[in-house]
Design a protein around this ligand. Structure first.
Ligand SMILES: Cc1cc2nc3c(=O)[nH]c(=O)nc-3n(C[C@H](O)[C@H](O)[C@H](O)COP(=O)(O)O)c2cc1C
Length: 203
């Protein structure tokens, strides 16, 4: 399937058949997901593949979204909160010569403002790394005749305990994956007129 077709055909599927998804396909989708861009090529995204019915039921009950149990696969996507110090963090950016206008980041004066900027950037990067990968995952799944839905309403503390996430690993969302129960012929998209979203040159 060509890319534009996959973009147009992807939709949030909330009804799945019980046809299983081959493990090789899941691995391939995740490999392709990780080809997405990431900040400083950090690839700060982790995938917990949940196949057991009891666990999928637990997820579905967590927020009353039954399709989490219906889909044969739920992928819990998480990101890592870096515990690096500012110095270590700057060192990790050393190759990125755009940082601080080409100045060696290690020679930069670490002000409170810089610290706050870096912390804010770190949080934005964590979510961005996850989001680029998920979009790849959803598009390649569509290409392979599979369906997905991004589930953002989750019990964050609950999933940390249930799936034994280590301290610094933060869950972001779950992506359901499976074959749709009824094949949708034409995907209808409800979107704002693009003019509402575009600003040329300045807001
Ligand atoms: C950050 C985010 C959170 C979402 N959370 C949920 C959710 O908890 N449950 C759900 O059914 N769909 C969820 N969705 C799917 C959106 O409702 C859906 O993408 C949107 O309505 C557009 O429809 P489409 O994906 O079919 O084009 C979420 C999507 C995103 C990107």
């Amino acid at each position: 399937m060509e890319l534009i077709k996959a973009i147009k055909n992807r939709y949030s599927c909330r009804s799945y058949s019980n046809k299983p998804v081959n493990q090789k396909i899941i691995k391939k989708l995740l490999e392709l997901a990780n080809l997405a861009p990431s900040a400083n090529n950090g690839q700060n995204r982790y995938f917990i593949v949940i196949t057991k019915q009891e666990d999928r039921k637990w997820l579905a009950n967590m927020n009353n979204q039954p399709y989490l149990a219906e889909a044969p696969i739920d992928i819990l996507v998480a990101t890592k909160l870096s515990t690096q110090s500012v110095k270590e963090y700057l060192r990790s950016l050393k190759d990125w010569d755009m940082t601080h206008n080409g100045k060696d980041p290690l020679k930069v004066n670490i002000t409170e403002e810089l610290k706050n900027n870096l912390v804010e950037m770190k949080y934005k990067w964590m979510i961005s790394d996850v989001a680029t990968a998920i979009e790849n995952l959803m598009l390649t799944a569509t290409d392979k005749g599979l369906a997905t839905c991004w589930i953002g309403i989750i019990d964050f503390d609950g999933v940390i305990k249930k799936f034994k996430l280590p301290n610094e690993i933060i869950p972001v969302c779950v992506v359901t994956l499976g074959y749709e129960k009824t094949k949708i012929k034409t995907v209808k998209k409800s979107r704002k007129p693009i003019e509402e979203l575009i600003h040329w040159e300045k807001w």
